[in-house]
Write a protein that binds this ligand. Sequence first.
Ligand code: ATP
Ligand code: MG
Length: 422
Amino acid sequence: MAKAIQSIRGMHDILPSDTPAWRHLEETARQVLEAYGYSEIRMPVVEQTDLFARSIGEVTDIVEKEMYSFEDRNGDSLTLRPEGTAGCVRAGIEHGLLHNQQQRLWYAGPMFRHERPQKGRYRQFHQIGVETFGIEGPDIDAELILISARLWRELGLDGLRLEINSLGSSEARAAYREHLVRHFQAHEDRLDEDSRRRLHGNPMRILDSKNPDLRELIAAAPTLTDHLDQASREHFEGLQRSLTAAGIAFTVNPRLVRGLDYYGRTVFEWITDELGAQGTVCAGGRYDGLVEQLGGRATTAAGFALGMERLLALLETRGLKTAAAAPHAYVIAAGDAAELAALELAEQLRDAGLKVVGNCGGGGFKAQMKRADRSGAVLALMLGEEEIASGSVTIKYLRDAERPQATVPRDTLPETIRQHLS
Ligand code: ATP
Ligand code: MG
């Protein structure tokens, strides 16, 4: 036997036992987003490498070491998207969706990062992303947070913790940066290799380090809050007022920065303690400079992305995983003569809106009954010579062993089945 080929490390199949939960999450998110007037956009999975280098930032984990980049047959450098914002902005500029207007968009799909695979961290993972353009005030930041909060409610998830922070204007960040460099320089011997490299290129990244050895040093670092510009401070206070008015609990975490360079002013994360180290299920913020940075006209923007695998893991931990819907019936044909009649019956029932599995591949009565049971169907519908002659069907209640089987007229069958299901 040839050696079987395996999937790529960190990239997972989503099996039939899991797809109902995925669909439930996707469907719930779609309904919530539509309730707020957001439109779906679908971008390619591959973009020019430059797009990510220019948006996410050269000195970030993603661009430095996590991108799946390759040359295509024309020699162009392409990259499997590590996130959706850059592609969404690219598409928005390209199709004139952003300039001089307000836009509310969402998308869902796979993202790719060459990270170390572990629970809650994969190389192909899935996000639902939400992006808004052309709205400057904190009201839209609050709306984004309300959307996520409503989604948690619809999914039955309580107890997620919201942390917010403001990264201020780019001038404020530049001033803060100097204080930060001074702090870390004074303790350079305690920095790890990554952080030492970032000290001058991108010191704020150090705050986002996941190395536990740096925790103390990071906790002692000066915070941006003390260096916020007046306009950003007012913007941030506006957001807090809206959240309070909407009854959304939050904490201000002055250490919260994001792993991508394009963020400014508001950043936020929704966190759970139930998934171990990979506890951030949703993260976002403002990226007012990005559209211009990618060649569009200056347009304010804000958005978030949620990690679908992490949310699904949380739903499963809480016992809220959606199971597959069982078929209503399985049609069994007793004897060759009944096969065509069974085919016809199954189609009639599907016309009536029922989910019906037909018996394919022949087999004796016993074998068919076994398949019917394995299919998960609620009922087995049996058609033999007698039933055909009398225009009837015999129902066996597969999930109710006590109940005797019953022979009913064929023309009332859909109604009989519906009554039983309700
Ligand atoms: P983390 O701090 O966990 O690395 P991040 O800051 O890199 O996350 P974002 O780029 O903001 O994450 O992505 C938004 C969300 O997507 C995260 O909060 C998380 O839920 C999910 N996510 C990010 N990377 C992965 C991954 N490798 N595997 C699974 N989910 C991920
Ligand atoms: Mg990351």
